[in-house]
Design a protein around this ligand. Structure first.
Ligand SMILES: Nc1ncnc2c1ncn2[C@@H]1O[C@H](COP(=O)(O)OP(=O)(O)O)[C@@H](O)[C@H]1O
Ligand SMILES: [Mg+2]
Length: 478
C-alpha cells in the first residue's frame, strides 16, 4: 500500500516532493496551508525553517506553471552552501529541466523558474530585483537583510497566474524589522495586518535532530541559548551579558572594621586596573569570599587625565579608607615601554604599589567566566559602583559576527562598542581568580590592616613592597 501522503505536498507527474521524514512538522504543515500573503518562520537553529521554505518554493513552482520566484539570502556564498544545498537535496531532479549556475537560475519542466541570489553582496542585486516580475519570493535568514529589501521584493509581486506571496525565515534578533512587521505589526497599516502571519519555533520543535547537536547548543551562554534555541525576541542580541540586576545589586558596605576581624580573614581582596589618560582610568575593588564563592565589587575609581603617580595616590587613599591591601591585576598592555622615556605605566605604578601583576586579557574567556558568575548568582556589585554598572549595562558586541565567534574562539580579542574601562578591570580580576585557582581552592586567611592605624598600615605596606617579587607569585598574604 502506498504511504499516506500529507495534504500539502504536491505530486507532479508521479514525482513526489517530501520532507526527509515523510511528513511535515505541525507548524510546517500550517505554514504550507496558510493563506497569508506574507509568512515568516522565526525561531531557533535546526527547527526546520529552511527546509519548509525550500519546500514551499518548490510547491509554488509546481502549482503554477511558468511561475517565477526568487530565493535570496544576504550572502551569495552562504546561500549556495546552505539554502540551495537543502534545495538540491529535496527537489527531485526529474522536476528540473535546466540549471544555470552562473546566473543562478533553475528551470522546471513546467516552465517555472527560480532565480537565486545574494541580496547584499552582489552590487547589482537591487537592479536585478527591480527588473523582476515575481510570483513569490523566499528570503532565508532574513534578519541579515534590511527592511528595504523585503519591501523591494514585495513590489515585484505582480505576476499573473501566481500566488504573489512572500515568505521568510529568520533567527530572532531583538526587536528588528521582522519583529515589527510580523509580530508586533507596528510598521503595518490597519488593513495590511491580516496579510501577515508568523510561526515562532524552537529547536525542540524538530524531533529529527541528532541529540549531540542539541547538547552542543545547550552549552551556549544563556542569552544566546534563549535566542538561537528558544527563538526568543527578548534578549537583545547586542548585549554581551545577560544580567538579572535584582540579583546583582546590593547595598553599599562599610569599611572593614577591627570588630569584623574574623569575617575579614575570609576575604581575598583583588583590584583590577585599566589605565587610561584620555580615556578614564578605571580601578575596581573587590573581595572574593571562599566560604560562599561570592565575588563582591565594593568600590571603584573612574577618572580620566590621571598620571600614573596620581592614580597610585588615589588607589592608596582607597586602600587606607577600606583598610585593605589588595592584589592588583592590571591591563597587560601597560607593560609596553614608551619610546621616549623607556619606562612603562606598569613600571611606574609598581614603584608605588607592590602587589601589582599583569592580568590575563583574554576577552571571550573572561566574558564567559563573568557570565558564569552572574548565572550562579555569585557576582555582586554594590550600588555605589555607578560607572561599572553603567558599562555592564551598555557592554555590547560590535556586530553579529563578534557575537557568534564567541562560541568558536574563546580566547580571541574582540571589539565592543561604548566604554569598557571598568568592565576591563573586572575582567582582569575574574581571569586572575580563575587562572590562579583561587576560585577553586581554599586560600589562606589574610592579614587585617586596621584602617585607623596608619603606622601599622605603612609598616605592612613597606614589608610587602620589599618582598614583592617573590610574594605575588605565591600568596602575598602570609
Ligand atoms: N519535517 C521534517 N522531517 C524530518 N526532518 C526534518 C523536517 N524538517 C526539517 N528536518 C531536518 O532538520 C534539519 C534542520 O532543518 P533546517 O531546515 O536546516 O533547519 P533551520 O533552517 O531551522 O536551521 C535538517 O537536517 C532537515 O533535513
Ligand atoms: Mg536554515
Amino acid at each position: 500500500m502506498a504511504r499516506p501522503r500529507s495534504k500539502v505536498l504536491v505530486e507532479a507527474d508521479e514525482v513526489q516532493i517530501d520532507y526527509p521524514s515523510g511528513s511535515p512538522l505541525p507548524y510546517q504543515m500550517e505554514f504550507h496551508n496558510s493563506k497569508a500573503k506574507y509568512r515568516a518562520i522565526i525561531g531557533g537553529y535546526g527547527s526546520g525553517k529552511t527546509t519548509a521554505g525550500v519546500i514551499e518554493a518548490i510547491i509554488q513552482s509546481i502549482l503554477y506553471p511558468n511561475n517565477l520566484g526568487l530565493i535570496g539570502r544576504a550572502d551569495a556564498r552562504r546561500l549556495k552552501l546552505t539554502t540551495m544545498e537543502v534545495f538540491n537535496e529535496i527537489c527531485p531532479p526529474a522536476l528540473i529541466s535546466k540549471r544555470n549556475e552562473h546566473d543562478g537560475i533553475i528551470e522546471f519542466v513546467n516552465g517555472s523558474r527560480i532565480v537565486y541570489m545574494g541580496l547584499l553582496e552582489e552590487h547589482d542585486a537591487p537592479f536585478k530585483i527591480k527588473s523582476l516580475n515575481l510570483g513569490w519570493f523566499f528570503i532565508d535568514q532574513a534578519e541579515e537583510v534590511s527592511y528595504n529589501i523585503f519591501e523591494d521584493l514585495k513590489y515585484r509581486l505582480r505576476r499573473q497566474n501566481s500566488a504573489r506571496c512572500g515568505f521568510i525565515t529568520a533567527n530572532p534578533r531583538g526587536k528588528n524589522w521582522i519583529y515589527k512587521v510580523f509580530v508586533s505589526k507596528e510598521l503595518l497599516d490597519e488593513k495590511e495586518k491580516e496579510l501577515y502571519q508568523y510561526w515562532k519555533v524552537t529547536t525542540y520543535d524538530n524531533p529529527y535532530l541528532p541529540s549531540d547537536y542539541i547538547q552542543q547548543l545547550e552549552k551556549m551562554p544563556p542569552h544566546l541559548y534563549r535566542i538561537y534555541v528558544l527563538g526568543e525576541f527578548e534578549g537583545f542580541t547586542d548585549e554581551v551579558f545577560s544580567i538579572k540586576w535584582e540579583n546583582v545589586l546590593i547595598d553599599e558596605i562599610k569599611p572593614f572594621e577591627k570588630q569584623n576581624l574574623e569575617e575579614f580573614k575570609k576575604y581575598t581582596f583583588i583590584a583590577g586596573i585599566d589605565y587610561g589618560f584620555r580615556n578614564p582610568s578605571a580601578v575596581v575593588f573587590s573581595y572574593y569570599k571562599q566560604e560562599t564563592g561570592e565575588l563582591v565589587v565594593f568600590d571603584e575609581i573612574y577618572e580620566p587625565g590621571l598620571t600614573a603617580l596620581e592614580l597610585a595616590q588615589k588607589i592608596k587613599e582607597k586602600m587606607f579608607y577600606w583598610g585593605i591591601n589588595p592584589i592588583f591585576v592590571i591591563d597587560p598592555s601597560t607593560k609596553q615601554r614608551s619610546g621616549v622615556s623607556g619606562t612603562s605605566i606598569f613600571d611606574e605604578l609598581s614603584l608605588y604599589m607592590p602587589m601589582i601583576i599583569p592580568g590575563n586579557n583574554e576577552v571571550r574567556t573572561s566574558i564567559s567566566r563573568i557570565q558564569g558568575l552572574f548565572n550562579q548568582g555569585s557576582l555582586k556589585i554594590t550600588k555605589n559602583n555607578v560607572n561599572l554598572i553603567e558599562e555592564l549595562r551598555n557592554y555590547s558586541w560590535k556586530d553579529e559576527k563578534e557575537e557568534l565567534a564567541m562560541m568558536e574562539k574563546p580566547s580571541e580579542k574582540i571589539s565592543t562598542t561604548k566604554n569598557d574601562h571598568a568592565v576591563d578591570a573586572l575582567r582582569y580580576i575574574v581571569n586572575y581568580l580563575y587562572d590562579s585557582g583561587v576560585i577553586f581552592k581554599k586560600i589562606r586567611p589574610q592579614k587585617f590592616v586596621p584602617r585607623d592605624d596608619y603606622k601599622h598600615f605603612q609598616r605592612v605596606y613597606k614589608k610587602l613592597s620589599k618582598r614583592f617579587t617573590t610574594l605575588w607569585q605565591t600568596n602575598p598574604w602570609i
